[in-house]
Design a protein around this ligand. Sequence first.
Ligand SMILES: C[S@@+](CC[C@H](N)C(=O)[O-])C[C@H]1O[C@@H](n2cnc3c(N)ncnc32)[C@H](O)[C@@H]1O
Length: 375
Amino acid sequence: MANESLSAAKAAKNDEFYTQYYDIEREINAYLEYDPDVFRGKTVLLPCDDPEWSNFTLYFAQNFQTLGLKKLISTSFAPDSKRFKTPYQPSLFEQDAPQFDPSKTCIKGKIFELDHDIDGDGRIDFHDLEWHYLEGDGDFRSREVTALRDEADIIVTNPPFSLFREFLAWIVQADKKFIIIGNMNAITYKEVFPLIKENKLWLGNGFHNGNAYFRPVGEKDYANGVKDDTTGLVKFRNCCWFTNLEHGRRHQPLSLMTMEENIMYSKHKEVRGKGYAHYDNYDAIEVPFTDAIPSDYEGVMGVPISFLDKYCPEQFEIIGQTQGDSGKELGLKPYPRELKELNPSLRDGQLYYLENGIPQKPYARVLIKPIKESK
Ligand SMILES: C[S@@+](CC[C@H](N)C(=O)[O-])C[C@H]1O[C@@H](n2cnc3c(N)ncnc32)[C@H](O)[C@@H]1O
């Protein structure tokens, strides 16, 4: 019951965060640097958007020709269907349009489409977007938005935080290319990690210095974000982009020191002068920091989840992770009863190592193995 009310409270959190133009441009540039034609001739769908306000729509519409898009489709969710409701006032843009319908504005989603020059200025851009109300409320799971998904080649958006798993499954089902924003913790979800392991999904280029700033709608319930009163933006430390499109940073191997060098010079006191613990229930060493991965260790290593932001598939192979029941599937040995008495927080299926005879439990770990020796 306690768990149910916690989920209900979480579910009621604000999903209305708008991505900044700069962040979208910076991320898309990373894919363009790798392949300048990545969007050429493609239909891009921006679901879960609010095209009148969204910088995703603005960015792709303004760069329609530079990117060589075939078609841009952007859909919004009806104000009355939003979980986090704020007083709704249709924009002047909507009210001035001949198709404006006061009986639909709150209950229908909208679709914006762009594929040719309408205003005759010789350019295809934001001013050429055409829109109408959807049949339904624009829920991405609806039949009509699902049909748009099927028509699209690439799906780009910042989906509602609370529906991330469902949203990703919706894209993966249709085997589409995507660039979407999510919480870093999603890496360990049972729906997400297997895709990472199989190289079907990876982290995107990322937010500047790992800090994501979004423009909030509404004045409270910023989930895990913190509002900066000067800029009005809400900052999240743990947001990242998830994608299955190639970008250059993904293929840059980490520059690492050998084990001996780490023990002598590591900036981390946990490693310097101490070395690396070996897990007691799995044949791997504990590496508490990504920059402390020893370049010359050839076996399996347990590294922080944030390693995946630096993961280069040519440098390391992903063996597994230890969240939830995954540890048991990896064959982690159960804790001996006498150790449980020394540290009652231990749970079978989690890694542990012994420090002065006391079992220690590391944070969530990803298990990796070098593909070849890299120095
Ligand atoms: C995190 S906001 C992002 C908005 C915009 N994509 C951006 O980043 O600027 C997620 C948006 O998805 C909408 N949304 C929530 N549930 C939805 C659903 N089931 N189907 C479609 N959109 C939904 C929310 O109302 C919100 O506008």
